[in-house]
Write a protein that binds this ligand. Sequence first.
Ligand SMILES: Cc1cc2nc3c(=O)[nH]c(=O)nc-3n(C[C@H](O)[C@H](O)[C@H](O)COP(=O)(O)OP(=O)(O)OC[C@H]3O[C@@H](n4cnc5c(N)ncnc54)[C@H](O)[C@@H]3O)c2cc1C
Length: 548
Amino acid sequence: MAEIEREAMEYDVVIVGAGPAGLSAAIRLKQLDSDLQVVVLEKGSEVGAHILSGAVLDPCGLDALIPDWKEKGAPLNVPVKDDNFYMLGEAGQIRIPNFPMPPLMNNHGNYIVSMGNVCRWMAEQAEELGVEIFPGMACSELVYGDNGEVKGVVAGVFGLEADGSYGPNTEPGMELHGKYVFLSEGVRGSLSKEVIAKYGLSDGKEPQKYGVGMKEIWEIDPAKHKEGSVTHTMGWPLGSNAGGGSFIYHLDNNQVYVGFVVHLNYKNPHLYPYMEFQRFKHHPMVAELLKGGKRVAYGARAITEGGYQSMPKLVAPGVALLGCSAGMVNVPRIKGNHNAMLSGKAAAEAAYDAIKAERAGDELAAYEVNVRDGAIGADLKKVRNVKPMWSKWGLTASLMLGGLDMWTNTFGFSLFGTIGHGKNDAEATEPADQHKPIDYPKPDGVLSFDRLTNVAFAATNHEESQPCHLRLGNQDTPIQVNLPKYAEPAQRYCPAGVYEVVEKDGKPEFVVNFQNCVHCKTCDIKDPSQNITWTTPQGGDGPNYPNM
Ligand SMILES: Cc1cc2nc3c(=O)[nH]c(=O)nc-3n(C[C@H](O)[C@H](O)[C@H](O)COP(=O)(O)OP(=O)(O)OC[C@H]3O[C@@H](n4cnc5c(N)ncnc54)[C@H](O)[C@@H]3O)c2cc1C
């Protein structure tokens, strides 16, 4: 094929992804020097379209970045008023009192927000400072310089033929070059994955761990709505089948975020995370809350869970990993947005100093030091053993020992050192014949919904004529390896119903309905053969979340 010619545009800093990490970096760069040329590229049709974490936000990141965010009208309108934690059984629940919880678990001073709306507001702040933001622009490739450094990205490739070749309607996109490139793609970023592998950034670290988070927005009976109320649950329906739990956050306007996270290190390939979520809503406590209400939106996204010991090296020549591209979620708090913002700020400060010193294309070592030795490292270090304790010893032990460990860490020490995670989530999957299939009740269409009906509420959309962005390394692996050995778990772990095994001419066939994809990245993480690679479809495709 002939060499593709692309126009190139030069910037000081090129930022991939308009989430809290990328937007914070852009804002901080322009606060430090309004003459810096800064561009943010976002694959969603608009800023916020792919943001899912309807969220309890710890405002410490925003406080550091825009101290007068209140006066500037940031959409943080619902302070947390009460915080509840329940252990569920099938028919009832036990409330765990707040007093034995370590102080870091306290949600006092936090806000229930739509992170999509927070990002939309942050984008306005960035644009006022002169940042160029291009939504609908997926960054599909990295551009390397002569010395092996990352010098830019390719963005805006549209209209490829279904086989990936160039056709009459193909737009080749452009190269955007920067003195530094920031990858703020969020969990399991496709370019971040390439950079981590190319420069060996995870060498010597624990494997990254993940969960899949699914969320619905419900409008409920005003009589049951308690603005500012936060509830977390554990236990039923997952029991000992998998780690995870739920969150129920009462926003304003009688809206409630109902979410469920399943840790992806589960062993039983028959487990069906989406159906666990649907079943959860039939718990008497939850069903009573939702009865008479309606579900108005659905979405899903993986969440990083490896924490402190899994964070890769954050810098390589010309490039830095920000936020959840590097995995900065505090797992017991289920919070990563504050660290994403703080990491964006720290990366911007390191790049500003480097550019002032006329450097370019090298490693921003000061950023790495800031993250590990500063507020982010301190936040993640205190909770580093909770997830591996849960994986190794189960929920009850992790509640007791994890609680103890978080308490001692509050005073600066741990009795356990740093516990490793062991296997990655794909390797954790065991053969199907070692486990029993799980019988899930059929959704009733009132509280629980089948997957395809719910996916319609993610408003996801993909141009059908483009190549499938979910690439199979080997076309035969799903049927020849995954089906006999693992009952092809892609049929169940995907929360959007992308993968099916159908019968054709009496033989099983693997079907990839990429149009349904909500960009959660679970397939890239959990496929036991590691045969599926998530790549970016063309810009503007994917979910269109409202106020998730
Ligand atoms: C179900 C769930 C609930 C959560 N609840 C909370 C909570 O209550 N509180 C909290 O603080 N945190 C919560 N989190 C964690 C939080 O979502 C993350 O820590 C946070 O989103 C990380 O921010 P980020 O900017 O790194 O990435 P993201 O917010 O994921 O943003 C990345 C952006 O980059 C874009 N992008 C990715 N790749 C490309 C590409 N190649 N080209 C162009 N654009 C690209 C994406 O479309 C997206 O807009 C939750 C996560 C989940 C999944």
